[in-house]
Write a protein that binds this ligand. Structure first.
Ligand code: ZN
Length: 211
């Protein structure tokens, strides 16, 4: 299959050849730019298994290559201000892990759940991106599942010591709850927990939505 090299985009960040200093071609339509290569090099030299950079890289949206036209919307719009925010600050602990639901942010046609996950550090050589999966239900019967917990960032500066690691995540759900919704039931599970000798129970929260 032929590929028009003028359409080349870095497979890691989506930038075009004209936007980077160097672009290295891989097989097929795979490319990597000098800056993303530098990030990979930094990750290789970082002894921590899930550095902020490694998680950021792993959680980037997929790059669409050789699209007929520039999509123009590759980068998520983080500038949007929530139309409404609800502070939750509820935490639950189980089997050495704590999940803190921090806030709900409502936007025009979706809402986000911001959370912190405190757990023992993941072992070096661990090759999964850790995730929390969410299942939400309100009292009117509406249900949501998140984007596998959304983006997760390591926040080493929040950890209280070497025996815990803090990850910050946002999970996005669409559409917004009904106006009649009063109670939002949030269940969360660590999908890797299934490998534990005693698999953890899903976290379970009932959030009361005020009008
Ligand atoms: Zn790049």
């Amino acid at each position: 299959m032929s590929f028009d090299r003028s359409l080349a985009r870095c497979s890691f960040c989506g930038r075009h050849t004209s936007e980077v200093r160097r672009m290295i071609a891989g097989p097929g339509a795979a490319y990597i730019c000098d800056e993303c290569l530098q990030i990979c090099n930094d990750i290789l030299h970082d002894p921590t298994p899930f550095s902020t950079q490694a998680l950021e890289l792993a959680s980037r949206p997929p790059v669409v290559i050789a699209a007929p036209q520039a999509l123009g919307l590759e980068r998520p719009a983080h500038s949007a201000e929530p139309t409404r925010s609800i502070t939750l600050e509820i935490e639950q602990k189980q089997q050495g892990m704590t999940l803190i639901l921090h806030q709900l942010h409502y936007f025009e046609d979706y809402f986000e759940l911001h959370y912190l996950w405190i757990r023992p550090p993941l072992m070096a050589g661990f090759s999964f991106v850790p995730r929390i999966i969410f299942f939400l239900k309100d009292n009117t019967g509406a249900q949501w599942t998140g984007e596998r917990g959304g983006m997760l960032l390591a926040r080493p500066e929040l950890a209280s010591g070497p025996n815990n690691a803090v990850y910050q995540g946002n999970a996005r759900f669409k559409p917004l709850p009904n106006r009649e919704a009063r109670v939002l039931t949030i269940r969360a599970a660590d999908p890797l927990g299934q490998f534990e000798e005693t698999p953890p129970q899903p976290w379970h929260y009932d959030v009361h939505l005020t009008v």
